[in-house]
Design a protein around this ligand. Structure first.
Ligand SMILES: Cc1ncc(COP(=O)(O)O)c(C=O)c1O
Length: 441
């Protein structure tokens, strides 16, 4: 009997004992093709020699020195690297251990920023329906994902939410993309006006929605308008790039493709590729300056802020992406993957949409393509998909709720940037088998 308090108490987990490149091996020797890097984490695949070498050397030299007492070289270098990649000079980076902490940090930063400026009523965080920003208290309060919130009853903070920019379900048949982008963005302005701008601290959104919707980029012009609205009403704009950042969509920051500059960017997962737990909250210089000038600074902190070994893994991962030109791979293989998925499944009776950017692709599953009706909840499509993908040695990321609440299913693909044609071929073959069993056709 295991003493582990598992994530899912009714599930038997195979034990992972080894991993290499695109594959993870369990104790029976079964190999799993990792086409989602777990949850968009393993961006360099498994056991990349440059990263394991850098990490081992850091651990041998100095694993940890509490950042309340010292800074450390990996933290300094990684912060510079990230700040240099950001379009505006002078950004500062606060490192934590996971995505929820990064968003918790961002939310506190937005609150305290307005406090420092004497705007004490600016406390609410507007987010979007179908969003997930983490499982800690403020991050979950800002998350719109109902299945993930429900079990918390009424303990969470209730903040306003607007509909996401989700063309597949919300763009009207007679509406242009530009008109939809504006309509969708103006939902934010309406929410701000309804609540009162003097009560809103920040708006948080993923530039490309990951697990809650199954990879949904915004339509063109949406985020530029969101930026304008945030500026007009003095709202901090937080881009949650925990899943879609670190090169996943073909540019280092996902927001680069939407032509806007957030005030705060949160990153995790791919930032250290799973080699160590690491997350980052990057703040524009105007935010940092307010804290630097305030008496109390930024009231926050965790034991593992700026952890040396974690930052050394992050540094090695980002340097490897740069040195090996892996963003070219993301763009090239992103197109190949998208085309292969379209060739194989565009006419499939139960695949309603295939979408994404770079090596971040999603397939939305529907019961009827015409009406986009989701399958009934009783059919448990998402959990059966999860079982079938594991049975057929495929790691991808099935999710639910893309239509509403529990209804709607999708598959999220976020393969490592090192993938090659053969892995796309294997994926398509496996998905064909899985869909045949799932839909019994
Ligand atoms: C967009 C987004 N934000 C935040 C989080 C929370 O990150 P973590 O699970 O590392 O706390 C996730 C995790 O899936 C995420 O996808």
């Amino acid at each position: 009997m295991s003493s582990v308090f598992y994530r899912n108490l009714n599930k038997n987990y195979p034990r992972a004992v080894r991993s290499d490149g695109m594959y993870i091996y369990d104790e029976t020797g079964k190999s799993y093709l990792d086409m989602s890097g777990g949850a968009a984490v393993s961006c360099l695949g498994h056991q990349h020699p440059k990263v394991t070498k850098a990490l081992c050397s850091q651990i041998q030299n100095m694993s940890f020195a509490h950042t309340a007492f010292f800074s450390n070289e990996p933290q300094e270098q990684l912060a510079s690297l990230l700040a240099d990649k950001f379009a505006e000079a002078g950004a500062r980076v606060y490192f934590t251990a996971g995505g929820s902490e990064a968003n918790e940090t961002a939310i506190k930063m937005a609150w305290q920023y307005w406090q420092a400026l004497g705007q004490h009523k600016k406390t609410k965080i507007i987010s979007r329906v179908h969003s997930y920003h983490g499982n800690t208290f403020a991050a979950l309060s800002a998350s719109g994902n109902l299945p993930r919130r429900r079990d918390m009853g009424d303990l969470l903070i209730e903040w306003p939410r607007i509909e996401p920019c989700y063309a597949y379900r919300h763009q009207r048949a007679d509406e242009s993309e530009a008109a939809y982008s504006m309509r969708s963005a103006f939902a934010l302005e309406r929410a701000i006006q309804a609540e009162g701008a003097d009560t809103i601290a920040a708006f948080i959104a993923e530039p490309v929605v990951g697990a809650s919707l199954g990879v949904v980029p915004a339509t063109s012009g949406y985020f530029a308008k969101i930026r304008e609205i945030c500026d007009r009403y003095d709202i901090v704009l937080i881009a949650d790039e925990i899943m879609c950042g670190s090169g996943r969509t073909g540019t280092f920051f996902a927001h680069e493709q939407d032509d806007f500059l957030p005030d705060i960017v949160t990153m995790a997962k791919g930032i250290a590729g799973g080699y160590q737990p690491l997350a980052a909250t990057l703040a524009r210089t105007k935010i940092h300056k307010v804290f630097a000038a305030s008496k109390s600074g930024f009231a926050h902190g965790h034991t593992y802020v700026g952890h040396a070994s974690s930052c050394s893994a992050g540094l090695a991962v980002i340097r490897t992406i740069d040195e090996e030109g892996l963003l070219d791979n993301v763009r090239h293989y992103g197109k190949q993957l998208h085309e292969a998925l379209k060739d194989a499944f565009a006419e499939h009776p139960f695949i309603g949409d295939i979408r994404g950017r770079g090596l971040f692709q999603g397939l939305e599953i529907v019961a009827d393509r015409q009406s986009k009706k989701p399958f009934d909840d009783d059919l448990k499509i998402t959990s059966r998909l999860h079982q079938l993908t594991m049975k057929h040695s495929l790691i991808c990321y099935p999710g639910g709720g893309s239509a509403r609440d529990r209804l709607g299913s999708h598959i999220l693909l976020a393969p490592p940037y090192i993938l090659a044609d053969i892995h796309i071929e294997q994926l398509i073959e496996k998905l064909q088998t899985i869909f045949a069993e799932l839909f019994d056709v």
